[in-house]
Design a protein around this ligand. Structure first.
Ligand code: NAD
Length: 173
Protein backbone atom coordinates (compact mmCIF):
# COMPACT_ATOMS: atom_id res chain seq x y z
CA UNK A 1 0.00 0.00 0.00
CA UNK A 2 1.31 3.49 -0.86
CA UNK A 3 2.21 5.63 2.10
CA UNK A 4 0.39 8.87 2.73
CA UNK A 5 3.19 11.44 2.55
CA UNK A 6 2.90 15.19 3.23
CA UNK A 7 5.15 18.12 2.23
CA UNK A 8 5.74 21.17 4.45
CA UNK A 9 8.14 23.99 3.56
CA UNK A 10 9.51 26.93 5.51
CA UNK A 11 12.60 29.09 5.73
CA UNK A 12 12.87 28.15 9.41
CA UNK A 13 15.01 31.16 10.39
CA UNK A 14 14.86 29.69 13.00
CA UNK A 15 12.55 26.67 13.32
CA UNK A 16 10.11 27.59 16.13
CA UNK A 17 7.23 26.20 18.19
CA UNK A 18 4.62 27.44 15.66
CA UNK A 19 6.24 25.32 12.93
CA UNK A 20 6.58 22.45 15.42
CA UNK A 21 2.89 22.57 16.35
CA UNK A 22 1.97 22.40 12.63
CA UNK A 23 4.22 19.38 12.11
CA UNK A 24 2.77 17.66 15.19
CA UNK A 25 -0.69 18.16 13.68
CA UNK A 26 0.39 16.88 10.24
CA UNK A 27 2.01 13.84 11.89
CA UNK A 28 -1.43 12.75 13.14
CA UNK A 29 -2.85 12.86 9.59
CA UNK A 30 -0.18 11.15 7.42
CA UNK A 31 2.39 8.32 7.53
CA UNK A 32 5.48 10.33 6.56
CA UNK A 33 6.48 14.01 6.31
CA UNK A 34 8.85 15.65 3.84
CA UNK A 35 10.15 18.95 5.20
CA UNK A 36 11.63 21.41 2.73
CA UNK A 37 14.24 23.87 4.00
CA UNK A 38 13.28 26.80 1.78
CA UNK A 39 15.68 29.47 0.45
CA UNK A 40 18.48 26.96 1.13
CA UNK A 41 21.04 29.19 -0.63
CA UNK A 42 20.55 31.97 1.92
CA UNK A 43 22.51 32.52 5.14
CA UNK A 44 24.46 35.20 7.00
CA UNK A 45 21.94 38.00 6.56
CA UNK A 46 19.75 39.59 9.24
CA UNK A 47 16.60 37.99 7.74
CA UNK A 48 18.22 34.64 6.91
CA UNK A 49 21.08 34.15 9.36
CA UNK A 50 21.27 30.34 9.41
CA UNK A 51 22.65 28.03 6.72
CA UNK A 52 20.62 25.21 5.19
CA UNK A 53 22.76 22.68 7.09
CA UNK A 54 22.16 24.43 10.40
CA UNK A 55 18.42 24.50 9.71
CA UNK A 56 18.51 20.78 8.82
CA UNK A 57 20.00 20.20 12.29
CA UNK A 58 17.31 22.34 13.97
CA UNK A 59 14.44 20.54 12.28
CA UNK A 60 15.85 16.98 12.39
CA UNK A 61 16.76 17.13 16.06
CA UNK A 62 13.40 18.67 17.01
CA UNK A 63 11.54 15.93 15.15
CA UNK A 64 13.41 13.09 16.85
CA UNK A 65 10.81 13.29 19.66
CA UNK A 66 7.92 12.60 17.24
CA UNK A 67 6.91 9.10 16.26
CA UNK A 68 6.94 9.69 12.50
CA UNK A 69 9.23 9.06 9.54
CA UNK A 70 10.54 12.34 8.15
CA UNK A 71 12.89 13.57 5.43
CA UNK A 72 14.50 17.02 5.66
CA UNK A 73 15.53 18.37 2.25
CA UNK A 74 17.22 21.73 1.51
CA UNK A 75 15.57 23.48 -1.45
CA UNK A 76 17.15 26.49 -3.16
CA UNK A 77 14.91 29.18 -4.63
CA UNK A 78 14.50 29.40 -8.40
CA UNK A 79 13.94 32.66 -10.24
CA UNK A 80 10.76 31.52 -11.97
CA UNK A 81 7.76 30.75 -9.74
CA UNK A 82 6.14 28.88 -12.66
CA UNK A 83 8.68 26.04 -12.44
CA UNK A 84 9.08 25.99 -8.65
CA UNK A 85 6.75 23.04 -7.96
CA UNK A 86 8.59 20.87 -10.54
CA UNK A 87 11.87 21.94 -8.93
CA UNK A 88 10.57 20.92 -5.48
CA UNK A 89 9.30 17.58 -6.78
CA UNK A 90 12.62 16.83 -8.47
CA UNK A 91 14.36 17.03 -5.09
CA UNK A 92 11.91 15.36 -2.70
CA UNK A 93 10.37 11.94 -2.08
CA UNK A 94 6.93 11.82 -3.77
CA UNK A 95 4.14 13.39 -1.70
CA UNK A 96 0.38 13.55 -2.17
CA UNK A 97 -0.53 16.57 -0.06
CA UNK A 98 1.17 19.88 0.78
CA UNK A 99 0.50 21.89 3.95
CA UNK A 100 1.12 25.63 3.99
CA UNK A 101 -0.12 28.98 5.15
CA UNK A 102 1.98 30.93 2.64
CA UNK A 103 -0.39 32.27 -0.09
CA UNK A 104 2.18 31.93 -2.90
CA UNK A 105 3.05 28.35 -1.91
CA UNK A 106 -0.67 27.48 -1.72
CA UNK A 107 -1.32 28.97 -5.20
CA UNK A 108 1.67 27.31 -6.87
CA UNK A 109 0.82 23.84 -5.53
CA UNK A 110 -2.89 24.23 -6.28
CA UNK A 111 -2.18 25.32 -9.86
CA UNK A 112 0.06 22.26 -10.27
CA UNK A 113 -2.89 20.06 -9.25
CA UNK A 114 -1.47 19.07 -5.86
CA UNK A 115 -3.86 18.88 -2.93
CA UNK A 116 -3.10 21.66 -0.42
CA UNK A 117 -4.26 21.87 3.17
CA UNK A 118 -4.07 25.24 4.90
CA UNK A 119 -2.07 24.85 8.09
CA UNK A 120 -3.31 26.66 11.21
CA UNK A 121 -1.31 29.48 12.82
CA UNK A 122 -0.24 29.14 16.46
CA UNK A 123 0.40 32.36 18.44
CA UNK A 124 1.75 34.09 15.34
CA UNK A 125 2.61 37.25 17.32
CA UNK A 126 5.37 35.48 19.25
CA UNK A 127 5.98 32.25 17.32
CA UNK A 128 7.56 34.16 14.46
CA UNK A 129 11.10 34.11 13.04
CA UNK A 130 11.15 37.92 12.91
CA UNK A 131 10.18 38.22 16.59
CA UNK A 132 12.72 35.57 17.67
CA UNK A 133 15.56 37.26 15.75
CA UNK A 134 14.53 40.64 17.23
CA UNK A 135 14.71 39.18 20.75
CA UNK A 136 18.12 37.61 20.05
CA UNK A 137 19.48 40.97 18.93
CA UNK A 138 18.05 42.78 21.96
CA UNK A 139 19.14 40.22 24.59
CA UNK A 140 15.50 39.36 25.32
CA UNK A 141 14.28 35.86 26.19
CA UNK A 142 13.74 33.88 22.97
CA UNK A 143 14.52 30.36 24.18
CA UNK A 144 10.93 29.53 25.17
CA UNK A 145 9.72 30.21 21.59
CA UNK A 146 11.67 27.34 20.00
CA UNK A 147 12.04 23.60 20.70
CA UNK A 148 14.81 22.76 23.20
CA UNK A 149 16.79 21.09 20.40
CA UNK A 150 16.90 24.42 18.53
CA UNK A 151 18.25 26.24 21.59
CA UNK A 152 21.11 23.69 21.62
CA UNK A 153 21.85 24.07 17.89
CA UNK A 154 21.88 27.88 18.11
CA UNK A 155 24.24 27.65 21.08
CA UNK A 156 26.47 25.14 19.22
CA UNK A 157 26.82 27.45 16.19
CA UNK A 158 27.00 30.65 18.27
CA UNK A 159 23.99 31.88 16.35
CA UNK A 160 23.14 34.87 18.55
CA UNK A 161 26.66 36.28 18.18
CA UNK A 162 26.43 35.81 14.41
CA UNK A 163 23.21 37.77 14.31
CA UNK A 164 24.73 40.55 16.41
CA UNK A 165 27.79 40.75 14.11
CA UNK A 166 25.51 40.88 11.06
CA UNK A 167 23.56 43.70 12.66
CA UNK A 168 26.77 45.74 13.17
CA UNK A 169 27.82 45.16 9.53
CA UNK A 170 24.33 46.21 8.43
CA UNK A 171 24.36 49.42 10.46
CA UNK A 172 27.86 50.33 9.14
CA UNK A 173 26.96 49.69 5.51
P1 NAD B 1 8.34 30.47 7.14
O1 NAD B 1 9.44 29.79 7.87
O2 NAD B 1 8.07 31.92 7.36
O3 NAD B 1 6.96 29.70 7.40
C1 NAD B 1 6.80 28.36 7.06
C2 NAD B 1 5.36 27.96 7.26
O4 NAD B 1 5.05 28.04 8.65
C3 NAD B 1 4.36 28.88 6.53
O5 NAD B 1 3.30 28.09 6.04
C4 NAD B 1 3.93 29.83 7.63
O6 NAD B 1 2.64 30.37 7.41
C5 NAD B 1 3.94 28.87 8.82
N1 NAD B 1 4.04 29.55 10.12
C6 NAD B 1 4.80 30.62 10.47
N2 NAD B 1 4.57 30.97 11.75
C7 NAD B 1 3.65 30.10 12.23
C8 NAD B 1 2.99 29.95 13.48
N3 NAD B 1 3.21 30.78 14.52
N4 NAD B 1 2.10 28.95 13.61
C9 NAD B 1 1.85 28.10 12.59
N5 NAD B 1 2.43 28.20 11.36
C10 NAD B 1 3.33 29.18 11.19
O7 NAD B 1 8.64 30.20 5.60
P2 NAD B 1 7.95 30.63 4.22
O8 NAD B 1 8.48 31.95 3.78
O9 NAD B 1 6.49 30.41 4.22
O10 NAD B 1 8.65 29.51 3.31
C11 NAD B 1 8.34 29.35 1.97
C12 NAD B 1 9.64 29.02 1.24
O11 NAD B 1 9.30 28.64 -0.10
C13 NAD B 1 10.58 30.22 1.15
O12 NAD B 1 11.90 29.78 1.34
C14 NAD B 1 10.38 30.69 -0.29
O13 NAD B 1 11.51 31.35 -0.84
C15 NAD B 1 10.12 29.35 -0.97
N6 NAD B 1 9.48 29.57 -2.29
C16 NAD B 1 10.30 29.70 -3.35
C17 NAD B 1 9.75 29.94 -4.61
C18 NAD B 1 10.72 30.09 -5.75
O14 NAD B 1 11.88 29.78 -5.55
N7 NAD B 1 10.30 30.55 -6.91
C19 NAD B 1 8.38 30.03 -4.78
C20 NAD B 1 7.56 29.86 -3.65
C21 NAD B 1 8.12 29.63 -2.39
Amino acid sequence: MNRNRAFYIGRFQPYHLGHHAVIQKIAKEVDEIVIGIGSAQKSHTLEDPFTAGERVMMVSRSLEELDITYYVIPIMDVHRHAIWVSHVRSLTPPFNVAYSNNPLVIDLFSEAGIKVKKSPLFQRDVYSGTEIRRRMLNDKKWQDLVPKAVVKVIKEIDGVQRLKKLSKIDSQG
